[in-house]
Design a protein around this ligand. Sequence first.
Ligand SMILES: [Zn+2]
Ligand SMILES: [Zn+2]
Length: 150
Amino acid sequence: MMNNNETGNCQCGLISYSFDKKKVISAHHCHCKDCQRATGSGKATILFIAKKYIEINGDLKFYESKGSSGSHIRRGFCPNCGSGVLSYANEISHILYLKAGTLNDSSWLTIDSNFFTKSANDWNAPDESIKCFEGNPGIMSGIKTLLKSF
Ligand SMILES: [Zn+2]
Ligand SMILES: [Zn+2]
């Protein structure tokens, strides 16, 4: 049988996690300015996964800010090394947005779409071969209904 267990951790290892990669809902590049600041790069690459399917070890510290659609985004990072590990919207807190760069092996990952292409930088231009959303893809509207089923 194939082993679908995937693991990841922050830079220092205080925070680690594991999940079944078959449970990943979708994956996205987010070019919003908050993701640029939080990652110190052109975008964040995130995996949507239901909280019940991921086991997290260690206590993340959270920074909360208001998203463009009015939701409250909580960004979780390691209190020791500062690595951003995951975030979620308080209003849909059963879905986590796991930062792909913290995966031990992300070779299996395919990205479904780009968020917030309007704030993308020329030096990190969105991949136009996949679906592009100018701003928020509707986490608070259409996708919210879809995500409720997970
Ligand atoms: Zn750490
Ligand atoms: Zn973002």
